[in-house]
Write a protein that binds this ligand. Sequence first.
Ligand code: PGA
Length: 239
Amino acid sequence: MEIIRAENYKHMSVLAAGIICRQLLEKPNSAICCPTGSTPKGTYEQLCLKRGSIDMTWASFFNMDEYTLLNEENKNSFNYFLNQNLYEPFNLCESQINRLQYPEDASPARLLEYDERIVKKGGFDLLILGIGSDGHIAFNMPSTVFSAGTHIEKLSAKTIADNARHFSRGERVPEHAVTIGMKAVMSAKKIILLISGTSKAQAFKKLVSADVADPMFPASILHLHRDVTVIVDAAACEE
Ligand code: PGA
C-alpha cells in the first residue's frame, strides 16, 4: 500500500485526477468504478478541467453503489451525482455506463448479472474509493463478508448519521443500499483510496495500523491488495 500525503483537499483531488488521466492514456478502454460523496467531488471537478485533453470514448464506467428507493432524478441519488459530476460533463453514452439502481437491481439474478459484467471486463482496471468513518469501503459495512458479490447492504447507524448531512430536515435518510461487494473490490487491478478531512482521521489511523483483514473494519482488507494508492490530505492525517 502506497501512501501519498497531499497538502489539502484540492491537492488530493489533483493527484487523483492525474492518476485517472494516466489510466485512460495507458488503456483507453479501461473499466473504471466510480464512487460518489464529498471526497471524490473535487477529483471529478479536476477531471472536468482537463476535459479537452481526455478521451473517454472507449472507457466504461461502473457505479459503485446506490441508495435504495432513490431514483436517478433524486439529487441525493448516486446516479444523479455521477450524471452531474462525470457522465454529463464528458458527454458519455449510456452504453458506456453500468448503473446500479434499486429496486430494479434488487433481484439475485440482477445482482449476479452486475458481477458478471465486472468479470467480463476482467475486473475493474481502476477502482476509486472513499472511506467511511467506520471503515466501510463502497457500502460494505463493518461485519462485511469479504467474499461477497454485489448485494443489498443495511447501512450502519454511524453511516446513516454521517449521511444525514446531505438530506433536508424531515427527509428520510436511506437505511439500505445496493453496493459492489469485496470480491469486485479485490479483483480490481488498481485501487485509489481517497481520504479527506478531520472526520476521517481516525479511519486513516486505523487503516495504517491494521495488520489483519478485519471484517469489522472493512478497509483493512486493502493491505492484501497488490496495487493500492492511498491519497490522504493533511486534515485526515491530523491526530
Ligand atoms: P464521503 O463518503 O466522501 O461523503 O465522506 C465516503 C463514504 O461513505 O465512502
